[in-house]
Ligand binder design. Structure first.
Ligand code: MLC
Ligand code: AMP
Length: 510
């Protein structure tokens, strides 16, 4: 079934009630009814139909968060094309790669980026570039306004592609994880049940909508339950706190919880109507888990997932299913298989640490146009190797203890050291570099770089940082660069990042 059809069927009978209430942005007096969602997504789908694109065309979207951006997602599903969201922090070199690799038929960008994005898009063979700004202006909506507000959704089967999410590789370039209508719908239905979504729920939506957490887990959750969303275009802890008494569900990466805890107004009283706080995308520190319980009386439910699989595990919602255990990511979700294997692929005993492998209706079909990479990431018997390292205890709780992939997660965003090192090494005077993560009180992990100058070159860390900021997304840029004469290497010549991590582990906390 087309995912859009399932979401649309979940709309409440009274289409004139509020579906989305903007809590910030240009016009907070305006709100969106379920009928508005239906009509606006129909107009966008009709516009896409009018372009006579090949079936399952990629629609690449790099726009600021807005309700209209979500409507564009729904319109793309409705028309049967493939949604390709892109982080607004990505700059030209990053966008050039995504567009070149995905070959989208349509690109939607914000008006202020039109000149450079459209140049890259047309070079890559894209035929249509529209603009969409966060104040409801832009050519996309101008054009959609001429189209009918009814639309028969494209027929889709479970295996048909619905979205591509780019996720960086350990080595080499980003890979597009291909997610189908069936992947997304089955996972959304599982979470609706497992997290006890109920009548009267109201979700505070304060995450970006270009990644799994905000776009799928949060939005699908509310839509599939016909629940209202209080919609923030950016996370501001004070503003979120002010609306908390009206809400029942909140989802965030750990940084959002850390920042909310920094607000004196976070009290049991402020959370009096809340039913569920969900955390994920990065490890939630046990201190944050405990402090939250102390301050609010609520136990955060931590879950674990990834772009390739959407949600994999969750702590229980209902007490009869068990307690929510801090420091763990709970149990594999119903229908999800999860096992832990040693480096040779051998089975491990309860409590032993190894690579986490998964399978289930939520697991993606492969990386866009990378059959080799896809094969490498699946075992011979069809399990996906997550690259996360963990264990399962006797009670079935899964704990993630680390990652075999060289990945830093900063504030819920993934940073691949190899990518940042590649950019650093191209800067004048740099001989080589090593990028590492160090514990960070706000972001969980913060990015640091250690750089070796070329013979005779005098390097300045601040200059290197400034140069990187013009090339790659800001969250990937090291917060500090250390200049050194040589990198520590083992006898095989491999850089010993563990030594660098030890050396700099106190940098952000000091
Ligand atoms: C912003 N900055 C960051 C950063 N976010 N630096 C490191 N890590 C981050 N995450 C930097 C910017 O580059 C900028 O630097 C400065 O901080 C201010 O930018 P900002 O945009 O104003 O920051 P802020 O609004 O404070 O953003 C912080 C944040 C945001 C935590 C609200 O990062 C965020 O929304 N994170 C959520 C990410 C998310 O949704 N992840 C889910 C992935 S899905 P300068 O130097 O220019 O000032 C997934 C699967 C799963 O992982 O399981 O869910
Ligand atoms: P992404 O590729 O952006 O989807 O990021 C997925 C990765 O985020 C996973 O492979 C994990 O390493 C990490 N992750 C997600 N949720 C959690 C969690 N609750 N605890 C620890 N790591 C997590």
């Amino acid at each position: 079934m087309n995912l859009f059809v399932a979401l649309r069927q979940a709309f409440p009978a009274d289409l004139d009630t509020c579906a989305i209430e903007p809590a910030d942005g240009p016009d907070t007096r305006r709100f969106y009814t379920w009928r508005d969602l239906d009509h606006a997504s129909a107009r966008i789908a009709n516009l896409l139909d009018s372009l006579a694109l090949p079936p399952a065309s990629r629609i690449a979207v790099q726009v600021e968060k807005s309700v209209e951006a979500l409507l564009l997602y729904l319109g793309v599903l409705r028309a049967g094309h493939v949604f390709l969201p892109l982080n607004t922090a990505y700059q030209a070199a990053e966008i050039e790669y995504f567009i070149g690799n995905a070959e989208p038929a349509v690109v939607v960008c914000s008006g202020r980026n039109f000149s450079w994005v459209s140049r890259l898009a047309f070079q890559a063979g894209t035929t249509h570039v529209f603009t969409l700004n966060d104040d409801r202006t832009g050519t996309l909506l101008d054009r959609a306004a001429f189209h009918a507000d009814t639309h028969t959704p494209a027929e889709k089967s479970a295996g048909d592609l619905a979205a591509i999410l780019y996720t960086s590789g350990t080595t080499g370039r980003s890979k597009g994880a291909m997610l189908s209508h069936g992947n997304l719908l089955s996972n959304a239905q599982t979470l609706k049940d497992y997290w006890g979504w109920q009548a009267g729920d109201v979700l505070i939506h304060a995450l970006p909508i270009f990644h799994v957490h905000g776009l799928f887990v949060a939005s699908h959750g509310a839509l599939l339950n016909g629940s209202k969303m209080i919609w923030f275009t950016r996370f501001d802890p004070k503003a979120v706190l002010a609306r908390l008494p009206e809400a029942t569900v909140f989802m965030g990466v750990p940084t959002l919880y850390v920042r909310l805890l920094g607000e004196a107004g976070l009290t049991k009283q402020a959370c009096r109507n809340m039913r569920l706080f969900v955390s994920g995308s990065a490890p939630l520190l046990i201190e944050t888990f405990n402090d939250w319980r102390e301050r609010t009386g609520h136990t955060i439910l931590e879950r674990y997932g990834m772009s390739e699989t959407i949600m994999l595990t969750s702590n229980p919602y209902r007490t009869e299913d068990g307690e929510r255990r801090g420091g763990t990511v709970g149990f594999p979700l119903p229908g999800v298989g999860l096992r832990v294997r040693d480096e040779q692929g051998g089975a491990l005993h309860v409590g032993e640490i190894g690579g986490i492998e998964v399978r289930g209706p939520n697991v993606f079909s492969g990386y866009w146009r990378m059959p080799e990479k896809t094969r490498e990431e699946f075992t011979a018997d069809g399990w996906f190797k997550t690259g996360d390292v963990g264990k399962i205890d006797a009670g079935g709780y899964v704990t993630i203890v680390g990652r075999s992939k060289d990945l830093i997660i900063s504030g819920g965003y993934n940073v691949y050291p190899a990518e940042v090192e590649g950019y650093l090494n191209e800067l004048p005077g740099v001989a080589e570099s090593a990028v590492i993560g160090a514990p960070h009180p706000d972001f969980g992990e913060g990015v640091l770089a250690v750089v070796v100058p070329r013979a005779g070159a005098a390097l300045d860390g601040a200059r290197l940082i400034a140069a990187l900021k013009t090339k790659i997304a800001g969250f990937k840029v090291p917060k500090q660069v250390f200049i050194t004469n040589e990198l520590p290497r083992n006898t095989m010549g491999k850089v010993q990042k563990n030594l660098l991590r030890e050396q700099h582990q106190g940098y952000f906390s000091a």
